[in-house]
Design a protein around this ligand. Structure first.
Ligand SMILES: Nc1ncnc2c1ncn2[C@@H]1O[C@H](COP(=O)(O)OP(=O)(O)OP(=O)(O)O)[C@@H](O)[C@H]1O
Length: 808
């Protein structure tokens, strides 16, 4: 709802001379200078003064001095102005205001015969402002009828001798009362109208009821104040919002002095009453113009009715009618004085909005939305106030000093950290190279007939690496100490920032710097990992070639190999076969299970050569050769420089997660041993004899093994099929320990399925393990461990995972 303050708009209309004035040849006392200015009582240009028949150059000293008062109004209309012109300029804009929800009033003021009724009502040939305005109003209502519903009702009242009469019904007197909506006429029923023509008829009807008596100045003088009001209720068809507005057109009775009407008796009383109400109106105008708080509206019924139009919520237009004839000199002067005063009155305009028919939910939703919006805006304001407080209070040079301090501490930290990481990268790379070198020498040693020469090579290469690594480690320790200090400085700075008054701004800057730290670390790490990886790939390529050559050599000399070596050859062949799927998921599962191929695992935190020395030789050859352990790209070569630095947010981000090894990772496969081997496994000496017999009686072992597997305990194979199955198995291509074991397991399963289809299918692996466990009674795993601990012989390994699966 918009509210604005505005002044009463005052226009002056000067009417032409009437017949009487022309006859009396009165002089002109009002001269219209322009659209806004008039001159009251100007000098008489043709006022020649003759003395004894001779024109005198000087004026008659007995003559009254002209007032020559220049007055400004919102508009001054000369005698040529028409009602149409006044309507277009003054009341047409009021129609738009009314339809926007503002109350509007037009009243005409002036002495009798000054042209008030002519202006307000006009005649049939020359309609006045009321008709023109109403016609315009109905036209606009027609245009807006699609969006709004209009209800128009009119009233036509007369205030005569302080009595309020209804001109439309010729009833009264009516009482005035005041309520929250202002002054209300009790018992007044509005007459609904639907067109401007209807209005014209009503006006004519009302005028005929108006009290009129001829005066000296006007043969049809209106002796009462006539108040025509149009009440409009607008309903917004979409939202249901309602507005009620009021347009008042007031034709006041003549403001002339009672004496000037030369009335007696009733006429005199009438004049006095008119004067009383006009005097009250004058008082109100004066007080309103002076900005007084108390306005005596209650002094007369006229002022009570006009209360809204003068000082309330109303856009008001006052038309002051004057004659330019000197005949009405005093009255014109008074009217102009009133009009000037009225110009100063300020009214407060308020758009009228009434309740609407929208459902309650609509308002609840609206209120909730507005409250949420209000909360949001409040929070925003608080936030802005806070930030503006900081902005207002911060000192640019202080802030600059902070920035340079942060830059300095962080750049020192980043630089030191870089030195530490680069140093560690060098050490790790050096370790890796040393490891590769040793591995190379180990391969050489395998092929070299002279073991002493190989050991010399190993010592020479190790000493070179050791020296370089020791130097780098020294350097590394030194930079670590510096990093520790830099880290302390950083911690201190962070605390200072936290306590600073610019904490909001500095925290953001600090975040950016933390990112720089992480970025620098990651850059070096990436370089390091790429370097190590490239070296590893180069080495792998080399080994792959060498391995190919070795395989070719072994293949060619197969027939010359001893039985034991041929056995090993087959194991190798099997290993290669089963490891043909590198990179697949089951790689880990199958690896290490089938063959005791020595693997090289570098334990974290230990130098390579130490691990190599700890390993036991596997060969029974006369030349003592180092065990071959293949280098793997393990976590050992990752950079983990920060693991023991002081706690720090940005640093901790750099740490790598530690890889937890599960028990399943440590799983080893059960070696292919027969029941006779296991039956003696608790005894160390007996175990030795088993190993010897293994070499000589391999065929027997295999036969027994097959028989055991086919025993009643494992598979229910009918007796007549047993021999046939044994033959098939013995003719099997994979007639080695391991291959046989797998084939038997598969065969058993197939047979089981064939003879007892209802039996639950088990994997070949589980059948195999179960068969071995049954035949060898290997449930006593603890005893086996004891054997291993005290023996120098090849380790007996227990497949814990497999036995676990069997249990399940
Ligand atoms: N601007 C005008 N042009 C031509 N004639 C006018 C004009 N104004 C008034 N008259 C004529 O002057 C006469 C008196 O006018 P009117 O009745 O409007 O005066 P009034 O101010 O209403 O007087 P009262 O207060 O006694 O009713 C009328 O005959 C009217 O036609």
């Amino acid at each position: 709802m918009s509210t604005e303050q505005t002044n009463i708009k005052v226009v002056v209309r000067v009417r032409p001379y009437n017949r009487r004035e022309l006859e009396q040849n009165q002089r002109q006392i009002v001269k219209v200078l322009d659209n806004n200015t008039l001159l009251f009582d100007p000098d008489e240009e043709d006022d020649e003064f003759f003395f004894q028949g001779t024109k005198q150059n000087y004026r008659d000293i007995t003559k009254r001095v002209n007032k020559k008062i220049s007055m400004d109004f919102d508009r001054v209309y000369d005698p040529e102005a028409t009602n149409q012109q006044i309507f277009e300029e003054c009341t047409s804009p009021l129609v738009a205001s009314v339809l926007n929800g503002y109350n509007c009033s037009v009243f005409v003021y002036g002495a009798t015969g000054a042209g008030k009724t002519f202006t307000m009502l006009g005649s049939e040939t020359c309609p006045g402002l009321t008709f023109l305005t109403m016609r315009e109003l109905f036209e606009k209502i027609q245009v807006q009828s699609t969006t709004h519903k209009f209800d128009v009702g009119v009233s036509y009242l007369e205030v005569y001798n302080e009595l309020v009469m209804n001109l439309l019904t010729k009833t009264g007197p009516l009482k005035l009362r005041e309520d929250s909506n202002g002054v209300v006429v009790s018992g007044l029923v509005l007459k609904p109208i639907y067109s401007a023509d209807e209005l014209l008829q009503l006006l004519a009807q009302g005028n005929s009821n108006r009290t009129q008596h001829p005066t000296d100045a006007n043969a049809e003088s209106s002796r009462s104040h006539a108040i025509f009001q149009v009440h409009i209720r607008m309903t917004d068809r979409k939202t249901g919002t309602k507005r009620t507005v009021k347009l008042s057109m007031i034709d006041l009775a003549g403001s002339e002095r009672a004496a000037s009407t030369k009335g007696i008796g009733v006429r005199f009383k009438e004049g006095a009453s008119i004067n009383k109400s006009l005097l009250a109106l004058g008082n109100c105008i004066n007080k309103l113009a002076d900005g007084m708080k108390h306005i005596p509206y209650r002094d007369s019924n006229l002022t009570r009715i006009l209360k809204d139009s003068l000082g309330g919520n109303c856009q008001t237009l006052m038309v002051a009618n004057v004659s330019m004839s000197s005949l009405t000199y005093e009255d014109t002067y008074n009217t102009l004085k009133y009009a000037s005063r009225a110009k100063k009155i300020r009214t407060t305009l308020k758009q009228n909005v009434l309740k609407s028919n929208m459902p309650k939910d609509f308002y609840i939703k609206k209120v909730t939305e507005l409250m949420a919006e209000n909360e949001r805006l409040k929070a925003k304001v608080t936030q802005l106030e806070k930030s503006s407080e900081v902005t207002r209070s911060y000192n640019e040079s202080e802030l600059k000093a902070w920035y340079s301090k942060i830059d300095e501490v962080y750049s020192n930290f980043i630089k030191t950290q870089e030195y530490v990481i680069v140093n560690q990268s060098k050490i790790k790379s050096m370790n890796f190279r040393e490891k590769l070198k040793k591995e190379n020498i180990a391969y050489n040693t395998l092929l070299e007939r002279n073991s002493i020469k190989s050991e010399e090579m190993l010592t020479a290469s190790t000493s070179g690496y050791n020296k370089e690594i020791a130097r780098l480690e020294e350097e590394y320790t030194r930079w670590r100490r510096k990093l520790h200090d830099a880290n302390k400085d950083l911690e201190k700075l962070k605390k200072e920032i936290q306590e600073s008054k610019y904490v909001e701004i500095l925290k953001k800057y600090e975040k950016g710097k933390d990112l720089e730290v992480r970025h620098s670390k990651q850059n070096i790490t990436i370089n390091h990992i790429s370097g190590i990886n490239a070296e590893f790939l180069r080495d792998s390529d080399k080994l792959r070639k060498a391995f190919g050559m070795a395989c070719e050599l072994l293949h060619k000399s197969y027939d010359d190999l001893s039985t034991n070596m041929q056995d090993k050859y087959e194991q190798l062949q099997h290993f290669i076969k089963t490891h043909a799927y590198f990179g697949q998921e089951d790689y880990k599962k199958d690896s290490d299970e089938d063959l005791e191929v020595p693997t090289l695992k570098i334990r974290k935190g230990k130098r390579l050569h130490k691990i190599a020395n700890a390993d036991e030789p596997t060969s029974t050859s006369t030349v003592k050769r180092p065990c071959l352990q293949r280098t793997e790209l393990t976590n050992d070569f990752d950079l983990d420089i920060m693991e023991d630095t002081d706690s720090d947010d940005c640093i901790s981000n750099f740490k790598k997660p530690t890889i937890k090894h599960t028990i399943m990772d440590e799983t080893h496969v059960l070696s292919c041993v027969t029941d006779d081997e296991y039956s003696t496994s608790t005894d160390v000496s007996a175990k030795k004899s088993v190993t010897e017999s293994k070499e000589t009686n391999s065929l027997m072992r295999k036969k027994n093994f097959v028989s055991n597997i086919l025993s009643e305990q494992i598979a229910k194979v009918p007796t007549n099929n047993k021999d046939r199955m044994k033959n098939v198995l013995l003719k099997s291509k994979a007639f080695n320990h391991h291959g046989l074991l797998k084939t038997v397991a598969a065969g058993v399963q197939k047979e089981n399925k064939k003879f007892s289809p209802g039996r639950v299918r088990k994997s070949p692996r589980s059948v195999m393990v179960k068969s071995l466990a049954t035949t060898a009674n290997i449930v006593k795993r603890q005893a086996v461990r004891t054997v291993n601990a005290n023996s120098n012989d090849p380790i007996v390994r227990i497949n814990r995972a497999a036995s676990f699966r069997v249990k399940k």
